[in-house]
Ligand binder design. Structure first.
Ligand code: ZN
Length: 121
């Protein structure tokens, strides 16, 4: 696969992290896609082209496709608020689930959670 050189440059400049959620994105030149398909690196326009943003340096960032799709035409402040609320909510749900599983395991007396915890966020 031939990667867009602008994307490769942005990805390097950002230390391989998505501009919005901060997750590590794999090398855009990799032949095989990421295990988590939402981590696929893309170019996003901070001010969307549909809102009059231009396709120039300074309006382009490397963002995971998960963020890119969610952001759509939203302005960046609204989007980041929504994105982080969603991530914090998912983290909280995970912690609640883990503590419930651990309580259930303690109640059974085997000391093991019912299922293997996943570190997904
Ligand atoms: Zn992201």
């Amino acid at each position: 696969m031939r990667a867009n050189p602008v994307l490769v440059e942005l990805w390097r400049f950002q230390g391989h992290r998505c501009a919005y959620c901060g997750r590590m994105m794999p090398d855009p030149r990799a032949a095989i896609g990421p295990a988590d398909p939402t981590l696929k690196p893309t170019i996003d326009h901070v001010t969307p082209l549909s809102a009059g943003g231009r396709d120039v340096d300074g309006n382009r960032v490397a963002a995971c496709i998960g963020c890119n799709v969610l952001k759509g035409p939203l302005d960046v402040q609204t989007f980041i608020r929504l994105r982080w609320n969603k991530m914090l909510l998912n983290d909280a749900k995970n912690r609640i689930r883990l503590s419930q599983e651990s309580a259930a395991a303690n109640a059974r007396g085997d000391g093991r959670p019912a299922r293997t915890a996943d570190a997904r966020r």
